[in-house]
Design a protein around this ligand. Structure first.
Ligand SMILES: [Zn+2]
Length: 119
């Protein structure tokens, strides 16, 4: 099954038909930033004890099983460069573009896809 879930930055536009889900609202991170996970959301997902964060992840897994298109949006990067899509123009990315090298966006997308495959 081909899942349609991608990680995009806060300044990117959503693609047609995609839902927009902000990591900011996931309950996984400290405060209003998406740079640091809460202590009960660290390590393997099976060990997370944060109920609202787990619920948020499972809601995304359910969407994938239902065939929804979803963007996971982080607050720590302006633009995510990804191969094979057309919403990025390299010429538009300049030195003031924020990019967090340790961003969790990709990791969360991988987690959601792997859970959707398992169940
Ligand atoms: Zn980010």
């Amino acid at each position: 099954m081909d899942f349609q879930i991608t990680h995009i930055g806060i300044k990117q536009d959503r693609q047609n038909g995609f839902r927009y889900k902000r990591l900011h609202n996931s309950g996984i991170f400290r405060g209003n930033d998406t740079r640091q996970k809460l202590i009960d959301c660290q390590g393997p997902f099976e060990e997370w004890t944060n109920i609202s964060a787990r619920k948020w992840i499972f809601a995304r897994v359910k969407e994938q099983k239902e065939g929804r298109k979803v963007h996971i949006v982080c607050d720590c990067c302006d633009v995510i460069e990804e191969q094979g899509n057309d919403y990025k123009k390299l010429s538009d990315i300049n030195l003031t573009t924020r990019k967090n090298k340790n961003c969790y966006g990709d990791e969360i997308v991988v987690l959601i896809k792997s859970l959707a495959k398992q169940n």
